[in-house]
Design a protein around this ligand. Sequence first.
Ligand code: NAD
Length: 269
Amino acid sequence: MNAEQKLKGQSALVTGANSGIGEAVAIAMGNAGANVVVNYVTHPEDADAVVKKIQDSGAKAIAIKADVSKEDEIQSMFQQMYAEFGTIDILVNNAGIQKDSPLESMSLEFWNWVINVNLTGQFLCSREAVKEFLKRGIIPERSCAAGKIICMSSVHQVIPWAGHVNYAASKGGIEMLMKSMAQELAPKKIRVNAIGPGAIKTPINRAAWETPEAAQKLLTLIPYQRIGDPEDIGKVAVWLASDDSDYLVGTTIFADGGMLLYPGFSTNG
Ligand code: NAD
């Protein structure tokens, strides 16, 4: 078990936690002492493996199946979480997908799918968590906030992305969802912030790092010359959920190796 249990006694729900960034965030939160709900929608065996890793570190964890774009499934997931852990202190809106296509041939199905999972899913989960935060209020021995929400955004809330208009629009939407929720909820002592990852090695972008040629091309976009690991984001998420970041409200932390620094200009444009 980790010596510094910054989230001890708190309960966290991480959506899309059976893969990639969500998995690393769930494990990092468990290491920090939180009880963790590992949400998944497919591949229950992967969710069970994440649960086992968290339990092995000494924390409590359960896997709950729910599609974040379905209101009834989300409500039922939160009820299952309360039956198991009593409440929620930390929500990590992580689940996300890409369905790429040139604009002229992008189907409405692809547009809706990405917006429903990436954006509407964050709204639905946040609304459920906020109901509980407001009902329960602050428990000072656990945290000085009544609740914390972390929205997984992307550098693409800032950087336009040709061939991915649905994804970029969803991430731009997350920025204003996050900021508006933060403004509305801060007086109630609920902190809402976001993480904007750059290129992190996960299944969502396998084609961009799998071959040495693709990885080399990707590195031209990353001044720090390293593709990110999911654990890089797990560490940021634990800090954002802890009282160490208590004065952060409505902020996006970009963990991107400098991707937002316009690397194309590094040799004088
Ligand atoms: P991933 O494909 O490994 O993980 C995505 C997770 O979301 C999976 O667990 C998947 O099952 C889950 N998911 C998909 N649809 C769902 C639904 N309807 N309901 C519940 N869960 C669902 O990819 P990842 O890179 O770990 O992505 C996690 C988040 O990080 C996403 O929001 C993604 O946009 C964001 N992100 C990733 C990168 C990157 O470079 N990997 C960069 C910026 C942002």
